[in-house]
Design a protein around this ligand. Structure first.
Ligand code: 5GP
Ligand code: MG
Length: 179
């Protein structure tokens, strides 16, 4: 099946520059803190996390969680459920949650709550993209790559029905492109 190519919103070069800036800020903020535990949210954060982590200049480990949200393609509605837990104990760790995008904020709130209950030294979050819209659950991310309007984006880890994740750039997905 041939997929139509969506129009880039952030190019590969723009993303690379921004990810490098985020990594510099995070490295400077955590300098001397000890080891950082990066927690990526599957699947959307896998590419962002890989690029960000390789630019960090502080010692870190990487782990992942996976959530399911009972939503159709293109929807973020539904009840969140943890379907894959961390392997690393969180107690006493400096945790940095890494996710692809904040939409209504429920994912970040859910994960902050979950991690906070396990006695971490600190929990912060880093998202590549944040949508400019009212959020039901405001857990403000500590690091944000890009602000966008309320559109559906794909590429660089972000999907539509599990497709488009490996586009090297971020694009607005127009319904009707899927065919
Ligand atoms: P929230 O819980 O903040 O509403 O939604 C966050 C999750 O919904 C993200 O981790 C992501 O998986 C998904 N999501 C929200 N908006 C978009 C979008 O524009 N594109 C894609 N691909 N996923 C999105
Ligand atoms: Mg996600």
């Amino acid at each position: 099946m041939a997929l139509a190519q969506p129009t880039p919103l952030f190019t590969r070069e723009t993303i690379e520059t921004r990810v490098a800036e985020l990594a510099r800020r995070i490295s400077s903020d955590y300098a001397g803190t000890g080891e950082l535990l990066l927690v990526g949210v599957l699947k959307g954060a896998f590419i962002f996390l890989a690029d960000l982590a390789r630019r960090l200049e502080v010692p870190h480990r990487v782990d992942f969680v996976a959530l399911s949200s009972y939503g159709a393609a293109g929807s973020t509605q539904g009840n969140l459920r943890l379907i894959m837990d961390l392997k690393t104990p969180v107690s006493g760790q400096h945790v940095l949650l890494v996710d692809d995008i904040v939409d209504n904020g429920s994912t970040l709130r859910f994960l902050h709550g979950l991690l906070a209950a396990h006695g971490p030294a600190s929990v912060k979050s880093c998202v590549l993209v944040r949508k400019a819209k009212p959020r039901v659950a405001e857990v403000a991310p500590d690091y944000v790559g890009f602000e966008i309007p309320d559109v559906w984006v794909v590429g660089y880890g972000l999907d539509y029905g599990d497709r488009y994740r490996t586009l090297p750039y971020i694009a607005v997905f127009e319904p009707g492109q899927s065919a």
